[in-house]
Design a protein around this ligand. Structure first.
Ligand code: SF4
Ligand code: SF4
Length: 86
């Protein structure tokens, strides 16, 4: 299990969640200084410890536990994971 960042983050990327994460698994930590359009942050599912600290600070309610990701945003489970695949 892990938390997942979904569509509402796209274009917002304010990084409020980054500060809360005790294991630094939300990336990119620096956001997108070159421009946020079409961009989002991602949670590394292999590192996330499911603490939930990030969820309440998101101003656009983009973060959900994997089991609670809304139907229309299910693809974001894979989108988050893929960001960390090398
Ligand atoms: S649930 Fe905890 S460990 Fe996982 S991304 Fe959020 S703050 Fe980090
Ligand atoms: S707090 Fe929400 S909107 Fe801000 S970067 Fe994190 S997931 Fe994206």
């Amino acid at each position: 299990m892990a938390y997942v960042i979904c569509e509402p983050c796209v274009g917002v990327c304010d990084r409020a969640c980054v500060e809360e994460c005790p294991v630094d698994c939300i990336q990119p930590r620096d956001g997108y200084p070159e421009g946020k359009e079409g961009k989002q942050l991602y949670i590394d599912p292999d590192t996330c410890i499911d603490c939930g600290a990030c969820e309440p600070v998101c101003p656009v309610t983009a973060i959900f536990p994997e089991a609670d990701v809304p139907e229309e945003w299910q693809k974001y489970i894979e989108i988050n994971a893929q960001h960390f695949q090398k």
